[in-house]
Design a protein around this ligand. Structure first.
Ligand code: GLN
Length: 258
């Protein structure tokens, strides 16, 4: 009798092991749901192309979020200005692109909790007559280069009464690097852009410098469709955990040296 019980037990164990492994096989990598992230991979150190793949702070945080959600991350590299619309219509699950939370954008999408503090800064040529933020003028004598549709563009293009320099004095470029090239070529007097990309562009181009101080203080978050609160909650939970266990800090520290 004992023998029979032992054999039956062994058989049950064997069958469940097979079932377990079979389960693993069928629920493999290929069957995971995809989490589509829209970004603009021209924004180092947050997102950029590294050969054929994507790298950067947002890319690594997104990978960790996808992992926690049991999903497979898929990155779509699009123009910055088409991220919000694509998230709104459900073409992309989330927009993560060093994206600043603004009241205007909140009309179109929901934002996750913020995961990074940031600021807009001003790049000028070394030796420029513009020595400080106070030297920036709205009288038509200066041209400002910005990346189109970013907060740098939105705020600089605003009227002088609202703290901008007027649309006529702003030249928009598709990506930040193009605005920086225009500065090098003398087509604009200053470039307004996020601090970390600014540092990266100044490091890779000779003769440029960042003015002291913040032009505007900002915070980055992930954009999610207003129709998809379930995903928003999951992302917020993942961000909370990644913040608490130090993952976000270690990713940031890897890309931004103090
Ligand atoms: N933080 C800026 C914005 O949200 C720029 C982002 C970007 O160029 N990727 O508008």
């Amino acid at each position: 009798m004992k023998k029979i019980i032992a054999l039956t037990l062994a058989a049950i164990i064997a069958v469940s092991m097979v079932a377990l492994f079979a389960g693993c096989g069928t629920k493999g990598e290929t069957e995971k749901e995809t989490l589509v992230m829209a970004t603009n991979a021209a924004f180092p150190p947050y997102e950029y192309k590294d050969g054929d793949s994507f790298a950067g702070i947002d890319v690594e945080i997104a990978e960790k979020i996808a992992e926690k959600l049991g999903m497979e991350l898929k990155i779509e590299d699009v123009e910055f200005g088409s991220i919000i619309g694509g998230v709104q219509t459900g073409k992309f699950d989330m927009g993560m692109a060093g994206m600043t939370v603004t009241e205007e954008r909140k009309q179109s999408v929901n934002f996750s909790k913020t995961y990074q503090k940031a600021k807009q800064v001003v790049i000028v040529k070394e030796g420029s007559a513009i020595k400080s933020l106070d030297d920036l003028k709205d009288d038509g004598t200066m041209k400002y280069g910005v990346q189109q549709d970013t907060t740098g563009d939105i705020y600089a293009s605003d009227t002088p009464e609202k703290g901008g320099y007027g649309e006529a004095n702003v030249i928009r470029y598709k990506v930040g690097a193009d605005a920086v090239q225009a500065l090098v070529a003398g087509k604009v007097n200053a470039v307004i852009i996020d601090n970390e990309p600014a540092k990266s562009f100044v490091n890779s181009n000779k003769g440029l410098t960042i003015l002291d101080g913040a032009w505007v203080e900002e915070e980055y978050a992930i954009a999610v469709s207003k129709e998809n609160n379930e995903l928003l909650e999951k992302i917020n939970k993942a961000l909370d955990e990644l913040e608490k266990d130090g993952t976000i800090k270690s990713i940031v520290d890897k890309y931004i040296k103090a």
